[in-house]
Design a protein around this ligand. Structure first.
Ligand code: 1CP
Length: 346
């Protein structure tokens, strides 16, 4: 079987299928003992991301365990800010910390030019993975949305409300747009290199979509996602790659994406399926959206919730089973096996 005939690519082409393709956000990660074993050898998570052989092995771990329908590159969205010399570090047990965050507008004016070759360790991982995966299994490449990357870069770490970032964008609007432009261009060049190295689809993570009100969301995030998607759809090397966008609780809802030429929307776990189906009107494939917290419940509860979702998408052209956000470190891997088996059996 070729990639084009795989369930995942057929769903992204909006074909109605009797069994949906299955993969999970954060399918590689701390909930897997085999991941934790390798992770313990690195102090800084980003050092691990810079080792293409290790990243290839990490991406294959969930594929070997659960026989999933798509693989995702093992890396992180913060490789791009790191390539802009913002000094990204992940200390064990902490989130990301930037040694040189964007704390004033002069830093934006003086940002280095993005050199996509600074991230060649990522492209090498894509090459290794493409060569190791069965030829019928699609490989997903990814990046953060320009806005989500900017929010981390300005705040200098993760945060509950990104208060400094919100103040910064209202006081330095012009420079923030320069930053968003630079990140959009970097995301495009980065994904293009991933495409040349062998990815078969793209996911853009707008994980901090929820920080902005409706009009600011359009100005600071949606416009740049739009621009990125347009660049990808116009370039010979990337134009054939289906594009998925995951946006967490964007003010103004997911209907805004129907004006962007996307292939698939990945629904956050609190998004209503019925409403999403009626808004997207069969024009866009849908991915999602089991609440990751359900994975803590008994198998009978999990089965009921999975069945509810599968039933709702029964007649939808282009459905991909996934969670509504990433697998958390406290999940028992057997629950992922149970969900996967249940989806295929139903
Ligand atoms: O210490 C560790 O072991 C690090 C845990 C970890 C892992 C496994 C991080 C730190 N990143 C990753 C891998 C990762 N990150 C992948 C590939 C793995 C897979 O999906 O199988 C992907 C696609 C990402 C993307 C990513 N990184 C996102 C978008 C998805 C989402 O969850 O919303 C975000 C927001 C990040 C930032 C990030 N990376 C890691 C942390 C702790 C954080 C910060 C999260 C926060 O701000 O709360």
């Amino acid at each position: 079987m070729t990639i084009d005939k795989s369930l995942f690519i057929r769903a992204l082409r909006k074909e109605k299928l009797s069994t949906p393709p299955i993969w999970y956000m954060r399918q590689a990660g701390r909930y897997l003992p085999e991941y934790r074993k390798i992770r313990s050898k690195f102090r800084n998570f980003l050092d691990m991301c810079k080792d293409p052989d290790v990243c290839c092995e990490l991406a294959l771990q969930p594929m070997n365990r659960f026989n999933l329908d798509a693989s995702i590159l093992f890396s992180d969205i913060l490789t791009i800010p790191d390539a802009f010399n913002l000094g990204v570090e992940f200390k064990e047990g902490e989130g990301p910390v930037f040694n040189n965050p964007i704390k004033n507008k002069a830093i934006i004016r003086d940002l280095p030019r993005f050199n996509p070759q600074d991230l060649s360790y990522v492209y090498k991982c894509v090459e290794n993975l493409r060569a190791s995966l069965p030829p019928s299994i699609p490989l997903i490449g990814f990046c953060g949305s320009p806005w989500t990357l900017a929010a981390y870069s300005i705040e200098g770490s993760s945060s509950k409300d990104f208060g400094f970032t919100k103040k910064f964008i209202s006081e330095n609007t012009e420079e923030v747009h320069e930053l968003l432009d630079a990140y959009t261009n970097a995301c495009f060049l980065y994904l293009k290199e991933q495409a040349m190295s062998g990815i078969n689809a793209i996911q853009i993570f707008d994980s901090w979509a929820n920080l902005l009100n409706e009009s600011d969301y359009k100005i600071y995030s949606l416009n740049y996602i739009n621009d990125l998607v347009r660049k990808l759809k116009m370039d010979k090397i990337t134009s054939n790659l289906p594009i998925i966008v995951f946006a967490r609780q964007p003010a103004g809802g997911i209907g805004q994406f129907s004006h962007v030429s996307l292939d698939c929307i990945s629904l956050y776990w609190d998004e209503s399926i019925d409403k999403s189906i009626s808004i997207l009107k069969n024009n866009t494939a849908i991915q999602g959206n089991l609440d990751p917290k359900i994975l803590k419940e008994d198998n009978s509860v999990i089965r009921k919730e999975v069945k509810l979702i599968i039933d709702k998408f029964k007649d939808y052209p282009g459905y991909i089973f996934n969670l509504g956000h990433g697998i958390t470190p406290d999940i028992d891997p057997d629950k992922i096996k149970f969900v996967t088996d249940t989806v295929r059996e139903i």
